[in-house]
Design a protein around this ligand. Structure first.
Ligand code: FEO
Length: 173
C-alpha cells in the first residue's frame, strides 16, 4: 500500500507530466504558426511522450491499489521570442522536471517504498535523456544563430523524430 504522502506526491507528478504535455503542445502551435513543420513535429512527439510519462505513473498507482486524482492543469505560455527561446524554455522545464523526480525518489527512499523508488529510477534515467536531447537542439541552434538556412536545416532534421515507443506501466520496465 502506498503511503498517503507518496500517493499525493505521485498524483502531483501525474499533473506535472500532463502540464509538460500541455506545454509542448503549446510549442507545437507556436512552431506551426512559424511554418516550422519539423520543430512542430518534434514538439508533438515530445507532448505524446509526456502523456505516456503521466500514464506510466497512473498505471503504477492503479496496480498498487492507490487512488489516482487528476488535478487541474494550468495553461502554458502561448508565445516565445524565437524557436531558440522555446527550446531553451523546454530545457529549463526539463531541469525542473528532473528536480521533481529526484524529490520523489528521495521521498520513496524516506518512506522505504522500494517499488516506487524502482519506478522513479526509470524516470531518473529518462530525465538524463530528456535533458540531453533538448540541450543538443539548443546547442545546434545557438551555433547557427537560430535563423535562416541553418534553422531550415535543423527543422528538416527534427522532422525525422520517430513516435515514442508505448511505455508499459507498473513495474518501471
Ligand atoms: Fe516527463 Fe520531459 O519529463
Amino acid at each position: 500500500m502506498l503511503s498517503k504522502k507518496l500517493q499525493d506526491a505521485l498524483n502531483r507528478q501525474i499533473n506535472e507530466e500532463y502540464y509538460s504535455s500541455y506545454l509542448y503542445t503549446a510549442m507545437v502551435a507556436y512552431m506551426a504558426d512559424l511554418n516550422l513543420d519539423g520543430c512542430a513535429h518534434w514538439m508533438k512527439m515530445q507532448a505524446e511522450e509526456e502523456h505516456q510519462h503521466a500514464l506510466k505513473i497512473f498505471d503504477y498507482m492503479v496496480e498498487r491499489g492507490a487512488r489516482v486524482e487528476l488535478l487541474e492543469v494550468k495553461a502554458p505560455p502561448k508565445d516565445w521570442d524565437s524557436p531558440l527561446d522555446a527550446f531553451k524554455a523546454a530545457l529549463e522545464h526539463e531541469k525542473y522536471m528532473t528536480k521533481n523526480i529526484n524529490a520523489l525518489a528521495d521521498l520513496a527512499i524516506e518512506e522505504k517504498d522500494h517499488a516506487t523508488n524502482n519506478l522513479m529510477q526509470w524516470y531518473v534515467t529518462e530525465q538524463v535523456e530528456e535533458e540531453a536531447n533538448v540541450d543538443d537542439i539548443v546547442k545546434k541552434m545557438e551555433m547557427i544563430g537560430g535563423t535562416g538556412h541553418g534553422l531550415f536545416m535543423i527543422d528538416r532534421e527534427l522532422k525525422t523524430r520517430p513516435a515514442p515507443a508505448i511505455l508499459t506501466g507498473g513495474d518501471g520496465a
